[in-house]
Design a binder for this molecule. Structure first.
Ligand code: CA
Length: 241
């Protein structure tokens, strides 16, 4: 089958790169390998992979620079891999347009789970383009964008205008980690770190309202010090960490 997903692995550590390649091969993915940023950009444009796994610390350029370049022409999912424990690097990469992140050391199962989330987003995006995109469905959550209403099952959930905008922003980016910075800019048009506290309060309220009639599906995932992500619920819950 030639329609197996294609993964581009960008990693300068040969041992890690080989482990990733073997894992992908075993699971039936096609892949290309790049040991530095220059080759990564060539591979990305030549092969148009479905997902890029990108190490942030490369010998010839910063991974964030690669994200910016790829984003200038493609929305392909990018999962960054960082050995750095600092959240600011991940936040910078996510703000530059990365979808998700893995922190070294990571297990191959974790890597495969993240790839599945990224491929799901890709599929959902393609379906959304081919369909009239006025309704959103995820597990028992439903949003009618045209009517401006949201439901859990048959029960309408009553949201304030800000809660509704937060829910729509997360829904439109299902599977992608959105940083505090990005959310504050999209919802309030500004960003100061003191507003992260208010965002947390709004998110807590929104989460509570999504738990209707014993529906305890974890729609919104918290990434401490980084941001939030809407998880897709309708197929399996295996990615709900
Ligand atoms: Ca590295």
């Amino acid at each position: 089958m030639s329609n197996k997903p294609m993964i581009l692995v960008v990693e300068d550590d040969a041992a890690v790169r080989n482990l990733m390649a073997v894992t992908l091969e075993t699971r039936g993915y096609r892949y290309h390998l790049a040991p530095n940023g220059t080759e990564a950009l060539i591979e990305a444009t030549t092969h148009q992979p479905d997902v890029i796994l990108l190490d942030l610390g490369l010998p010839d350029m910063d991974g964030v620079e690669i994200i910016r370049k790829v984003r200038s022409w493609s929305a392909m999912p990018i999962i960054v891999i960082s050995a750095r424990s600092e959240d600011s690097d991940k936040v910078e990469a996510l703000d530059a347009g990365a979808d998700d992140y893995l922190t070294k050391p990571f297990s191959v199962d974790e890597m495969l789970a993240r790839i599945r989330v990224a491929l799901r987003r890709l599929n959902a995006d393609q379906q959304a383009v081919s369909r009239e995109n006025t309704c959103y469905e995820n597990g028992s959550l439903r949003i009618d964008y045209a009517a401006g209403c949201a439901w859990i099952g048959d029960e309408e959930i009553h949201l304030t205008p800000i809660e509704y905008r937060l829910l729509c922003l997360l829904a439109r980016n299902t599977g992608k980690v959105l940083t505090h910075n990005y959310i504050l800019k999209e919802i309030w048009g500004s960003y100061t770190s003191s507003e992260v506290g208010s965002l947390r309060v709004f998110m807590a309220m929104l989460r509570k309202k999504l738990q209707v009639g014993g529906d305890a599906q974890p729609y919104i995932q918290t990434h401490i010090g980084i941001g939030y992500r809407m998880l897709r619920q309708d197929r399996t819950t295996e990615d709900a960490q």
